[in-house]
Design a protein around this ligand. Structure first.
Ligand SMILES: O=C(CO)[C@@H](O)[C@H](O)COP(=O)(O)O
Length: 225
C-alpha cells in the first residue's frame, strides 16, 4: 500500500497572502499541497492559472513540498507545458475533459510530471480501469468539482474500493468535504491521499489536524493487512 499523504487544498487559503500562507501550511508538515486550477468552463468557477502556480512554487520550493495540480479545465493538454514550467510536480486532469486520454498522459510524462486521472461523481469508475496501470494516481471526487466547503459524498466509496481492488500500489486520492470525521471511511475503502481544504484551513490547529488525518489513514492501512 502506498504511504499516506495529506494534501491541504490552497483553495481554502488566503489569496491576498498566498505565498506566506503556503509557507505557513508547509510548516505544518503535509506531504503535498493541492493546487486547484479552475477555468470557469469545465467547472462553474475560476480560481487561478499557471502564473499563480509559478508564484506558489517560488514560495515553497520543490525540496519542501510536492505541488499536486488538480486541473479542472476543459482542454487538459493545453496547460501541460505551462504547469510544468510553473513548477508543478503532478498534473491531474479530468477524464470527462479529455478527448485523448492516452495522449494527455503521454504529454504530461514528456514534461516530466507525475500523472493523475480525476473522475467526477457522476462518471462510471469503469471508465478509469483501462488507465490504472498508466497513471500514478486516480482521484475520485467526493463532491462536484468547483468549490471548497461542500459535503462529502460517502456513496463514492465503492468507486474507491473498485480502484484499490485493481491496484495495491497506485496512489488513490479523495477530494471534497474530507476531515477527521470521515477520513476513516475513505481510508478503509483504500484511499491513501487525502485532500483537505476547509477541515485543515479552518482548524484551530492545522498541524494537529494534518497529523490526525495521517494517523487515521495509517491505522486503516494496518487493519487492511
Ligand atoms: O477540488 C476541489 C473543489 O473542486 C477541492 O480541492 C476543494 O478545495 C476541497 O475543499 P474542501 O471540500 O475540503 O473544503
Amino acid at each position: 500500500m502506498p504511504s499516506p499523504k495529506i494534501a491541504p487544498s490552497i483553495l481554502s487559503g488566503d489569496f491576498a497572502n498566498l505565498g506566506r500562507d503556503c509557507q505557513k501550511m508547509v510548516a505544518n508538515g503535509p506531504e503535498w499541497l493541492h493546487v486547484d486550477v479552475m477555468d470557469g468552463h469545465f467547472v462553474p468557477n475560476i480560481s487561478f492559472g499557471p502564473m499563480v502556480v509559478e508564484a506558489v512554487r517560488r514560495s515553497v520550493p520543490r525540496e519542501q513540498v510536492m505541488l499536486d495540480c488538480h486541473m479542472m479545465v476543459s482542454n487538459p493538454k493545453k496547460w501541460v507545458e505551462p504547469i510544468a514550467k510553473a513548477g508543478g510536480d503532478q498534473y491531474t486532469f479530468h477524464f470527462e475533459a479529455a478527448d485523448d486520454v492516452q495522449g494527455t498522459i503521454d504529454l504530461i510524462r514528456k514534461h516530466g510530471m507525475r500523472v493523475g486521472l480525476a473522475i467526477k461523481p457522476k462518471t462510471d469508475i469503469k471508465e478509469a480501469f483501462p488507465y490504472i496501470n498508466k497513471v500514478d494516481m486516480v482521484l475520485v471526487m467526493t463532491v462536484e468539482p468547483g468549490f471548497g466547503g461542500q459535503k462529502f459524498m460517502p456513496d463514492m466509496m465503492p468507486k474507491v474500493e473498485a480502484i484499490r481492488a485493481k491496484s495495491a500500489e497506485i496512489d488513490l486520492q479523495v477530494d471534497g468535504g474530507l476531515g477527521p470525521e470521515n477520513v476513516e471511511l475513505a481510508a478503509k475503502a483504500g484511499a491513501n491521499v487525502i485532500v483537505a481544504g476547509t477541515s485543515v484551513y479552518k482548524s484551530a490547529d492545522p498541524k494537529s489536524t494534518i497529523a490526525k488525518l495521517r494517523e487515521s489513514v495509517t491505522i486503516c492501512q494496518c487493519h487492511h493487512h
